[in-house]
Design a protein around this ligand. Structure first.
Ligand SMILES: [Cu+2]
Length: 362
């Protein structure tokens, strides 16, 4: 009996030790969880999608794409959203689990009443799901998301990244979308099957208004590809294979290589590319019609991977390009966790009726 009791005591002590270690690990990881309080406005602005296309948009913090939100798994986030436009909006946090938190899902008439012109609403959520997530309006989505630029990236870093993720040296966010030039200046219409889609973009800009992606040999680039609008896009970087590691934020059990990757509406793919082939390489949407602006080639969803070791040729289309490394959110992704605006995406304010009315009432 005594022996038996001593064995069972030992078991109990062993169990207690394991439980303590487990709880300590749990506490250490979640004790690091931060509380973030962000503020976003929605503004009526005009952005220059292409040299000949000025476009009226509803813009988060006045920019398209919207600002980057970058947090860590387990963090608690509050976002105070103020609607400075003349119509109603919401924010849907796409891909988020919202456990016991469905009223923050951002769907008007289902989870909340829309945020009316001039009103504010605070969204609260925990960063449970990790990876490449995003936010977008969920009011009149065919117009607001489809052709008015109401979307932006959220990246939630996992507490335990995969070995592949740890090799990444440069994050590159690519959000595909489409535009209708005939509805560029008319809020409240467009985005229907009857409308002609004639501009295609990366991060809200069509070539040549996009930017090159500058790399050096040895960089390990993680493309975070987003289907932000209503179109299908087929991303093809020349000269390199992509290792597709994540779908919709989640790691694939079996990562696979591809040189062309189809990205549908709402989808996200993470694809890691080893920059091991110095040169100047176009990277473009391989839907052939998507490399035009109003029917003219070249345009649309085109960028160029420029290795810094390669000298500019004087006939190169982007020889004199004024370069902004944050066009792909790369510089913002290097900062501490937070919400970051990107000045390169900022539009010009439009004086809305609502704003005029409120200014008059004050
Ligand atoms: Cu909206």
């Amino acid at each position: 009996m005594r022996l038996k009791r001593s064995a069972s005591n030992k078991d109990q002590i062993g169990f207690n030790k394991i439980a303590c270690v487990f709880m300590l690990c749990f506490w250490v990881s979640w004790a690091e969880a931060k509380q973030h309080k962000f503020e976003m406005t929605i503004e009526e602005v005009t952005i220059k999608v292409a040299p000949k296309l000025d476009y009226k948009v509803f813009a988060f913090n006045g920019q398209v794409p919207g600002p980057l939100i970058h947090v860590k798994e387990g963090d608690d986030v509050e976002v105070l959203v103020t609607n400075n436009t003349s119509t109603a909006h919401t924010i849907h946090w796409h891909g988020f689990y919202q456990n016991n938190n469905w009223r923050n899902d951002g769907v008007p008439g289902i989870t909340q009443q829309a945020i009316e012109a001039g009103d504010s609403f605070t969204y609260k959520w925990k960063a449970e799901k990790t990876g490449s997530l995003w936010y977008h309006c969920h009011t009149n989505v065919n117009e607001h998301v489809g052709i008015r630029g109401m979307w932006g990236p959220v990246v939630v870093d996992p507490l335990n990244p995969t070995e592949l993720e740890k090799t990444v040296t440069k994050d590159v966010i690519v959000m595909f979308s489409t535009w209708e030039s005939s509805n560029a200046s008319k809020f409240g219409q467009g985005g229907t099957p009857a409308d002609l889609v004639d501009y295609f973009s990366i991060n809200g800009r069509s070539f040549p208004s996009t930017q090159p992606l500058r790399v050096k040999k040895g960089d390990v680039v993680r493309f975070r590809l987003y289907g932000a609008g209503g179109g299908f896009h087929s991303f093809h970087p020349h000269g390199h294979d992509m290792l597709v590691t994540h779908k919709d934020g989640l790691p694939l059990a079996q990562p696979y290589t591809a040189d062309t990757l189809l990205v549908g509406p709402g989808e996200r793919y993470d694809a890691i590319v080893k920059m091991d082939n110095p040169g100047r390489w176009i990277a473009h949407d391989h839907v052939d019609t998507h490399v035009t602006n109003a029917g003219k080639f070249p345009g649309g969803a085109i960028t160029v991977i420029e290795y810094v070791s390669i000298p500019m040729d004087d006939w190169y289309a982007w020889k004199d390009k004024s370069y902004d490394a944050d066009f792909f959110f790369t510089e913002s992704m290097k900062k501490d966790y937070g919400l970051y605006n990107q000045s390169i995406f900022a539009g010009k304010p439009i004086e809305s009726k609502n704003r005029r009315r409120r200014a008059r009432d004050q």
